[in-house]
Design a binder for this molecule. Sequence first.
Ligand SMILES: [Zn+2]
Ligand SMILES: [Zn+2]
Length: 243
Amino acid sequence: MPVNLPPFWLRAATAVTQALLPSRCLLCGESAKRVDLCEACCRALIGNAPACAQCALPLPSAEAACGACLRDLPPFSQTFAVWRYEAALAQLLPRFKFHHDLAAGRVLAELALPILRQWPGWQGVDRMIPVPLHSSRLAQRGYNQALEWAKPLARALPLRLDHAGLRRIRATAAQTELDAVARRRNLRGAFEASPLHGEVVVLVDDVVTTGATVREATRSLLRAGAREVRVLAIARAPEPAPR
Ligand SMILES: [Zn+2]
Ligand SMILES: [Zn+2]
């Protein structure tokens, strides 16, 4: 007969079980000494370098700006993506984003922290703001993956994490279904920001794909009075195939 435990007890029981069992790799099930990912799977996360300094698009050599950024300069001043959206990361991130696997999110924050401590982009930053989900999406998913990933980082750095400074006021079609032009149109007027007073903001997203979301969110933050917006992402997707 199933026992209906309140969520707190379920969480407590899970925590006790995890503490007693040896750690297992989230991806391959091998035993893991450090965090919840074995050494081999950690090595299968590909750091995003070299890349475009503006939009973090993976490039064969380090460039200040890729062709797309030269043609159409983004409103944000720089983008840093910790990993490429390939290999192990392309398995871990969807689990965190779509399948309520918060352990995958914790691993991605833990592994990103030593890399992010070295990021020169923290210089002069006033606050971190995660890219928000629309309330209907948030209700469906139960959490905002960009916010969950940013929480332990903000605590460790430490830096102010402002989770209400930017809101998604319009529900939009899933971006994955759309090409670059349609993505831009789909997002117009989607965000609203609280007043900012010449602050430098780090806008946090999970994956930057075409950059349409972070462009639109940045425009809202600049309109609200931000002096500068820098983008930080867990991962950057390689250029989507032209269609
Ligand atoms: Zn593994
Ligand atoms: Zn670029």
